[in-house]
Design a binder for this molecule. Structure first.
Ligand SMILES: [Zn+2]
Length: 168
């Protein structure tokens, strides 16, 4: 099927839904703890599993309940992004299976899920405040409890890099 008409990701919707979930969860500061967020996603269970290394995580729905499984062998910071990304697929109503590989995916559903995940664990308003005093990627990544890779990508896509003193 030619899906050109649907090939543009709706990043605004992804951000809006992430902000709504943060608001529902009463979260206004970093780090965003996903167990506090997940309570506001109805019928959701999250657990670590043994997977092959190339699988970060997945989400399935079964009998009206949602299950997110993440790769228990992967680093915690990576799993935080994975879980946020899988929550996005649930909240955005994506029905196809996750084809995530790298940040900045061209697949519309994956791009939307990455945008939702980024806004959920690195909320723009919180990041803007933090970057006014914390001016390097390493410390920002620690503050938000995310990988340096995820924080670098977030700073590039939000065009906040002119606020940094250092990419280290
Ligand atoms: Zn995905």
């Amino acid at each position: 099927m030619d899906d050109d008409l649907n090939s543009k990701p709706n990043l605004n919707l992804a951000r809006k839904l992430a902000r709504q979930l943060l608001s529902d969860s009463h979260i206004t500061s970093a780090p965003v703890l996903l167990r506090n967020v997940a309570k506001y996603v109805p019928d959701l269970s999250i657990e670590g599993k043994e997977f092959e290394d190339e699988i970060s995580g997945l989400q399935i729905s079964y009998k009206g309940k949602y299950y997110i499984c993440y790769n228990a062998s992967h680093p915690v910071k990576r799993n935080r992004f994975t879980v946020a990304h899988e929550i996005a697929h649930i909240m955005l109503g994506h029905t196809t299976s996750c084809r995530k590989n790298n940040l900045g995916s061209k697949d519309p559903a994956e791009a939307e899920a990455d945008q939702f995940a980024a806004e959920l664990i690195m909320p723009l308003s919180v990041l803007k405040t933090a970057i006014s005093t914390t001016k390097n990627v390493k410390d920002l990544a620690s503050l938000f409890w995310v990988s340096k890779e995820a924080m670098s990508w977030r700073i590039i896509e939000t065009k906040l890099f002119n606020k940094l003193n250092s990419w280290g």
